[in-house]
Design a binder for this molecule. Structure first.
Ligand code: CAA
Length: 276
């Protein structure tokens, strides 16, 4: 059945208190919208992120072909988990809070579409953790990264103790987590944490959308499978990862996009991909 674009769009929830969602030519801009708290992640933000990402994940028709995650305002992407909310949490409440943040991070990772974290300022603690769960990070020159939790008597709770080591290597990650120090954007680029830097928030957003446009000229099906294979491989030995790659490489030969892409090359024309 061919599902009309508008119908599917309706299924993606868009009205929230702490988030803004806009659609630009099939690309999504998801803004964490608590600028007075520097977009800190409280239970409400997490609950709304979970709801939004769950509805987006269920959209198998690539209605939204790529997503940018950004923070409201010029100052912060996300300045971490909400410290005020954590003041009086019990052990069980803290576990629940961590679990919810981790669930959200996994939802970002498991979306079949590409997701760019556009880090427009402070990306500390939970902010750095959400950015690491996206496919890659772009940033503004004023962006600041770090996992300052130990300064608060805490540890990272939304995946930072696991993902940072995988991204930049265990020893560098330990140095950053144990000191809780700030990492300026130049260093974040050197570390491989940030891929590209822009002067302003507007340039960052436009640059992120431009990249997503480039990606979406390719087969959405192939990009989704590449994403899954690369994410799965992150937790496997190279040999086991090669098996995953081979299986998926084989499976993709039954897709319409593979037929279209290879045939278009031979026929010297642009491919028209359907994501199937
Ligand atoms: N939680 C709650 N509120 C926060 C916040 C956070 N993480 N970060 C900033 N805010 C609030 C401030 O309390 C302040 O609110 P009020 O005006 O009501 O006091 C407002 O945002 C503006 O912040 P500042 O006045 O502090 O702004 P600044 O420019 O002086 O400093 C900053 C900016 C360096 C980012 C500073 O706000 C800061 O250090 N924030 C906390 C960063 C942090 O430690 N993040 C890690 C949190 S722990 C975590 O994330 C755990 C986890 O993994 C689960």
């Amino acid at each position: 059945m061919v599902v009309k674009l508008k119908e599917v769009s309706m299924n993606i929830k868009k009205e929230f208190n702490t988030l803004k969602f806009e659609e630009v030519e099939g690309l999504g801009i998801l803004t964490v919208n608590r600028p007075k708290s520097l977009n800190a992640l409280n239970t409400e933000v997490h609950t709304e992120l979970k709801e939004f990402l769950t509805s987006l994940k269920a959209d198998n028709d690539f209605t939204i072909k790529g997503l940018v995650l950004i923070g409201e305002g010029e100052k912060a992407f996300i300045a971490g988990a909400d410290i005020k909310e954590m003041l009086d949490m019990s052990v069980d409440e803290a576990k629940k809070f961590s679990h919810l943040g981790q669930e959200v991070s996994l939802l970002f990772e498991e979306l079949s579409i590409p997701v760019i974290a556009a880090c427009n300022g402070f990306a500390l603690g939970g902010g750095c953790e959400m950015a690491m769960a996206c496919d890659f990070m772009y940033a503004t020159t004023n962006a600041v990264f770090g996992q300052p939790e130990v300064k608060l008597g805490l540890i990272p709770g939304f995946g930072g103790s696991q993902r940072l080591s995988k991204l930049i290597g265990r020893n560098k990650a330990k140095e950053i987590i144990y000191t809780g120090r700030n990492v300026a954007v130049d260093e974040a680029v050197e570390l491989g944490l940030v891929v590209k830097v822009f002067e302003t928030r507007e340039e960052l957003l436009n640059g992120s959308l431009e990249t997503l446009k480039k990606i979406t000229r390719n087969s959405p099906n192939a990009v989704a499978i590449a994403k899954r294979v690369m994410n799965e491989g992150n937790d496997l030995t190279v040999a086991a990862g090669l098996d995953v790659e081979m299986e998926s490489f084989g499976a993709i030969f039954s897709s319409a996009d593979k037929k279209e892409g290879t045939m278009a090359f031979v026929e010297k024309r642009r491919p028209v991909f359907t994501g199937k």
